[in-house]
Design a protein. Sequence first.
Length: 126
Amino acid sequence: MSDMLAILWRNRDVVVVCIEHQRAYGGQGVVSSCALGQAYGWIRGVVDAWAGYAGSAAHLVAPHEWQPAILGRRVKGGPTAKERALVVAAEAAPGIALRTPRGRVLDGRADAICIALYARKMWGEG
């Protein structure tokens, strides 16, 4: 959380912040749903407070909004959204690591890059 605050503070001139809307899924479990909700609430609170202070906009986007706009529609039998996001993110941000040193895919990071592309497309320049 302190890292996020530091990033927001250093980038006070940023006009738009976009975060993915979160929700609990059936079968997820009470503890993990509660942890997700708590973390999401903290992040939303910090971003909303920062946006109000900086005069910026904070947008919530759902996967069904940003994925088709950035990844295109899924073709039956084709790559998953996570696989497509990895390709798009690697092309858009070649300097950002999308795999750990042991080769595990950092799909959350790929999603974050794709959400940033969506924010730029919807509310930014270009």
